[in-house]
Write a new protein. Structure first.
Length: 508
C-alpha cells in the first residue's frame, strides 16, 4: 500500500478529503483533512432523484480543489467513493463519467450495505468495542452494521436521511409540529423493515448528526476532555435534550450548544437518531470520529490480516513509536521494562488488591515513556503528557487515555500532579489506586534506566519491598530512596555493586 493515501467521500450533504500516511505496517496517522458542504443531492428528491445543476457545480469545484491538495501532499494513491445521493440519482452514472473525463478522478458508487460495512470496519478496529450496532445517518440514508465478538455479522441500509426528510416534510409543511409528526411516522414505518437481530445495548454513532449531538452534550455537561472519538453517554440521561431539539424552531437551536453549520438538518437527524436508538434498544452511545473514509483505508491496509489489527497491536501507540522514535526502542529492552512493571504490580497486589485491572494502561504508558525526550530532555514528562493526550486516538476509552497520559506526566519525587488530578478526577481511578500505579510506573522507569537489561526480582514481606538485581543499580538508589510512596514501607536494594581495590587511593 502507498505511503500516503488520499480518500475522497462524496456524501449527500458533504464531500470530504482525508490523506493518511503509513508509518509502518500497522502504524498510520492523518496528515490532511478537508471538507466542503456540497449538498450534491439538493433538490433531487423533488425531481425524481435527478441531481440538479446547483449541487453538481458545487461538487465539481470541491473535487477539483481536493485533487490540487492531493497533488500538493504527493499522495501516491487516491480512492474515491460516493454514497446515497449518487446511487439514488438516475443521472449519477453520467456525473461519474463526466468527472472522470474532466478531472481524471475515478468515483466508485457504493451501496448502503457497503457503506455500513466500511463504517463498521473502522469502528471495530479503532474503538474499544466488540459488541455494538453502528449507525451512520447521512443526507440520503441511514446505514447500520451489527458487530458481535469483534466481527461484522450483518449490515442494513434504510432510506432515511436528513436531506431526504427535510425536503419531503420540513420544507413543505407550514406547521413545524405537523412536519415532525409526519416525519416520525415515516421513520417508524421504514424501521419496521430492520431485521430483528439488529439489537444492542451499545450504539456507535458515525456521521455528522451523531457527532454534532455528542459535541453538544460534551459542551453542556462541561466534559473535561476535548476529544470526540470514543466519547460515551447514557441515552436516557439526554432523551429530553434530543426531543427538545426536534421540536425547536430554527432560531431556538442556539440554546442547544450546536454548531451553526448543522442547524439546517440537525432536527431531522435527531429525529432519525432517537427513533433508531429506541428500535435497537441502545442505552449507551459511543461516538466515532471515524467512518467510511477510514474504512476504505483500513480495508486496504489490513487486507492480509482479516481486516483487524493483530492482538496487542494498537495503531496509535505503533504510530507514536514510529514517528517519535524514542531512543530506547529495541524490542528486547521494551519487553524487559514491561516485565519489570508487571512483576512489581503483581508483587504489590498484597497492598493494592485491584486484580491488576490497570495493567494494559500501565504497560501502554511504559511503551511511550521516552517519547517526550525526542523533543527535549528538559520537561520531557510534560511533553509526553501532551503528546499522549492529542495522539492516543484509537482503541482506548477516554478514561484509559487520561490515565496513560497522567502516568507519563509523573516525574521526580511526587506521585501525583495535583492540578491535573483535580481536572480529571471524575474520570480517573480512586486516588489510592492512582498513587500505586504512579509508584509502579516511576519505580519501573528508574530501575530500567539505571539497569539496562538487568534481571530484576521483587519480593514483599513485613512492609518491606526487596529489589534484587544481577547488575548495579547505583544511579537508581538515590532517586528510589527519595521517591514518594503510596503508604509507608521500606525499600531494600540488593544488587551486584562491586568496588575494585586500589591501595594508592586507600580503597582496600
Amino acid at each position: 500500500m502507498a505511503k500516503r493515501t488520499a480518500i475522497i467521500d462524496i456524501g449527500s450533504n458533504s464531500a470530504r478529503l482525508v490523506i493518511f500516511e503509513k508509518t509502518s505496517r500497522y502504524g498510520f496517522h492523518l496528515i490532511c483533512e478537508q471538507k466542503s458542504k456540497v449538498r450534491i443531492g439538493e433538490g433531487a428528491y423533488d425531481k425524481n432523484g435527478y441531481l440538479q445543476p446547483i449541487g453538481i457545480k458545487r461538487a465539481f469545484f470541491a473535487l477539483q480543489s481536493f485533487l490540487h491538495t492531493i497533488e500538493k501532499y504527493q499522495a501516491r494513491k487516491t480512492l474515491c467513493v460516493a454514497t446515497s445521493a449518487l446511487r439514488d440519482a438516475p443521472n449519477g452514472t453520467l456525473f461519474v463519467q463526466w468527472i472522470k473525463k474532466e478531472l481524471g478522478l475515478n468515483i466508485r458508487i457504493i451501496d448502503g450495505k457497503k457503506e455500513a460495512w466500511l463504517g463498521a470496519v473502522s469502528a471495530k478496529n479503532l474503538l474499544p468495542v466488540t459488541q455494538a450496532v453502528t449507525i451512520d445517518i447521512g443526507g440520503g440514508s441511514s446505514d447500520m452494521a451489527l458487530i458481535e465478538n469483534g466481527r461484522i455479522m450483518d449490515t442494513y441500509s434504510l432510506d432515511l436521511g436528513t436531506v431526504r426528510l427535510k425536503e419531503l416534510f420540513f420544507d413543505k409543511e407550514s406547521s413545524r409540529e405537523s412536519a415532525r409528526k409526519k416525519a416520525a411516522a415515516y421513520i417508524r414505518n421504514a424501521l419496521t423493515a430492520l431485521p430483528a437481530h439488529f439489537r444492542s445495548n451499545i450504539a456507535i454513532g458515525i456521521g455528522g448528526t451523531a457527532r454534532t449531538l455528542s459535541k453538544g452534550i460534551m459542551k453542556r455537561t462541561g466534559y473535561p476532555l476535548d476529544k470526540l472519538h470514543a466519547f460515551s453517554y447514557d441515552v436516557e440521561t439526554h432523551k429530553d435534550y434530543f426531543y427538545d431539539i426536534t421540536t425547536s424552531s430554527a432560531k431556538g437551536l442556539k440554546k442547544f450548544s450546536l454548531k451553526k453549520n448543522r442547524y439546517d438538518t440537525i432536527r431531522e437527524g435527531t429525529l432519525i437518531w432517537t427513533e433508531i436508538l429506541q428500535t435497537i434498544g441502545a442505552n449507551t452511545v459511543m461516538t466515532s470520529a471515524v467512518g467510511v473514509r477510514e474504512g476504505v483505508f483500513l480495508s486496504h491496509m489490513l487486507k492480509q490480516d482479516n481486516l483487524r489489527f493483530p492482538k496487542d497491536i494498537n495503531p496509535s501507540i505503533t504510530c507514536l513509536l514510529d514517528r517519535f522514535k524514542p531512543y530506547v526502542n529495541i524490542e528486547s529492552k521494551k519487553k524487559n521494562k514491561l516485565k519489570i512493571a508487571t512483576d512489581l504490580y503483581h508483587t504489590m497486589q498484597i497492598e493494592i488488591n485491584d486484580d491488576m485491572r490497570y495493567l494494559m494502561q500501565l504497560q501502554s504508558a511504559l511503551k511511550l515513556s521516552n517519547i517526550g525526550k525526542t523533543l527535549t530532555v528538559y520537561k520531557s514528562h510534560q511533553h509526553a503528557f501532551y503528546i499522549a493526550m492529542q495522539e492516543l486516538n484509537y482503541g482506548f476509552t477516554h478514561k484509559e487515555i487520561i490515565l496513560i497520559a497522567l502516568l507519563l506526566r509523573m516525574h521526580g519525587k511526587e506521585l501525583l500532579h495535583k492540578p491535573l488530578f483535580q481536572s480529571f478526577e471524575s474520570m480517573l481511578p480512586p486516588k489510592e489506586e492512582l498513587l500505586w500505579l504512579s509508584f509502579i510506573y516511576s519505580l519501573t522507569v528508574l530501575i530500567h534506566e539505571a539497569s539496562n537489561s538487568a534481571k530484576i526480582h521483587f519480593s514483599y514481606t513485613d512492609k518491606t519491598l526487596k529489589i534484587t538485581s544481577n547488575k548495579p543499580l547505583y544511579l537508581a538508589k538515590e532517586k528510589i530512596k527519595s521517591l514518594e510512596k503510596p503508604i509507608p514501607f521500606a525499600v531494600i536494594i540488593e544488587d551486584q555493586e562491586k568496588l575494585p581495590k586500589c591501595k594508592a587511593l586507600g580503597i582496600e
